[in-house]
Ligand binder design. Structure first.
Ligand code: HEC
Length: 179
């Protein structure tokens, strides 16, 4: 151990203690950092509590139908519009392409909606908007968005929800900016 005459071991001994203290302080610091993380949400257990043969049905119900697909379509349509107007073309394409994904997921849940959407929306109006975005052509973008909302509304009429009228968006949904 420590040689009290020469004191040679002392510096190493002190260095050892210092290292231990540093490691401990570090661990304590990490402990504090973790302690500041909110607890993960607790599962409610409601799904597990159902009999197994009713669990899939409950998940199906919770995913909802075409209404929730439209919820996303509406969000992305609005985002795409402001992105284009602001010249944020990469984001306009990113969110605009996802309109198709949202509607297609909607078809999976409600296959009867497919035929009208294919005919009224996907054939012309939608590809025209994406093409204007890819060309970064603001005049064509504005025209094609107007035609697109016409297609949204024509499909609503065909699907007997003609009271849902889509206009040109007026309120931005996110704080995203173009810079
Ligand atoms: C299949 C053709 C079809 C197309 C294309 C379509 N919709 Fe819809 N939309 C529907 C149907 C059907 C509903 C009603 C869904 C329900 O209640 O289950 C609906 C509902 C909505 C709703 C109300 C959702 C709610 O429940 O709160 C909004 C908003 C909406 N659509 C926006 C749009 C926009 C914006 C577009 C175009 C970018 C669009 N829709 C294109 C068929 C369509």
């Amino acid at each position: 151990m420590l040689n009290l005459v020469t004191g040679r071991q002392r510096p190493r001994f002190i260095a050892g203690i210092a290292t231990i203290l540093l490691v401990a302080a570090g661990a304590f610091g990490i402990g504090i950092a973790y302690a500041q993380m909110p607890n993960p949400p607790q599962a409610g257990g409601w799904l597990k509590a159902l009999p197994p043969e009713r669990q899939i049905e409950a998940i199906d119900r919770q995913f909802r139908g075409f209404d929730m697909a439209m919820f996303e379509v509406n969000y992305r349509y609005t985002e795409m519009y402001f992105a284009g107007i602001e010249g944020n073309w990469d984001y306009a394409l990113y969110t605009g392409e996802k309109i198709a994904w949202a509607i297609q997921n909607g078809f999976e849940r409600r296959p009867k909606r497919r035929a009208n959407a294919q005919e009224i929306f996907f054939k012309e109006a939608y590809p025209q908007v994406l093409s204007a975005i890819r060309k970064k052509d603001i005049a064509r973008f504005k025209e094609s968005v107007d035609a697109l909302r016409g297609a949204c509304n024509a499909c609503h009429t065909a699907e007997r929800v003609g009271f849902i009228h889509v206009g040109i968006p007026s309120i931005k949904q996110t704080p995203l900016i173009n810079n």
